[in-house]
Design a protein around this ligand. Sequence first.
Ligand SMILES: C[S@@+](CC[C@H](N)C(=O)[O-])C[C@H]1O[C@@H](n2cnc3c(N)ncnc32)[C@H](O)[C@@H]1O
Length: 265
Amino acid sequence: MAQSEYVFQRAEDQRELDRLRMIEREFDPASRKRLLATGLQAGWRCLEVGPGAGSIMTWMGEVVGPTGQVVAVDLDPKFLGEAGQSNMKIVRADIRTAQLPEQSFDLVHARYVLIHIPDYEAALNRMLDCLKPDGWLVLEEPDFSASHGMTGSEAQLNAVQKVNDAIHVMYERRGMDYALGCKVQGLLQARGLQFLTMENDGSPSVGGSGLATIMKMSATQLREKYLATGVVSDEDLEQYCRFAENPHSSAIYYATIRVSGRKGS
Ligand SMILES: C[S@@+](CC[C@H](N)C(=O)[O-])C[C@H]1O[C@@H](n2cnc3c(N)ncnc32)[C@H](O)[C@@H]1O
């Protein structure tokens, strides 16, 4: 089980909450836009898989209103507290085995969740089982293979490359695919989803920006795991963190591939 444990499971709570909040600040606007493009509206029943710190779950609860419902399933919903709104239900479960009613949701959404699950196809199939006919699935997953340093000293760009290699090795050893984002559209196509749309936001980020800071926070929290790959040193990790803070540096840290599709009727 150790190999497939969620990689941030043991991260110290306050630091992990800060990191999740940064992810929300950086990515919620694009996620909301994509979710609204499905037609999300009052009265819908939505499933949020792996809500993390819960901003999308809360926002969806406001959109669907008292006639709708949001169910949130997380392995460890420790950052969600009590469900604040009466139209919200929090379930502590692994999405692969969660007891959820079949064909009962208008919309299922997950962001940065499947990448952490070695048998992500089982999780995906479970999500599809829960979708109503004509329901929408929106998945947002990273592609770390898109990553490379662009502007910085040679030493820093080297360190960025090594940290990217460490991320690759860490995911691979845990049986996970660090470029999963690239596969998502094909996975949905193979399952017959219709009206597929795909976006790829792999833009460069300067040091000190939201994504650079998220990656620095991940490097700090996962330091031991990156070091254990044997491809990165303490000095590389320090260089990487300085690079991520330096406003004159730039890198593509990863691309988020955002795919939506509709289940057949
Ligand atoms: C990187 S966080 C992303 C949080 C949130 N979706 C976001 O993008 O802001 C991954 C979340 O997925 C949850 N998770 C990981 N594996 C899971 C599984 N098998 N079933 C349910 N939740 C899972 C984690 O507990 C965590 O809350």
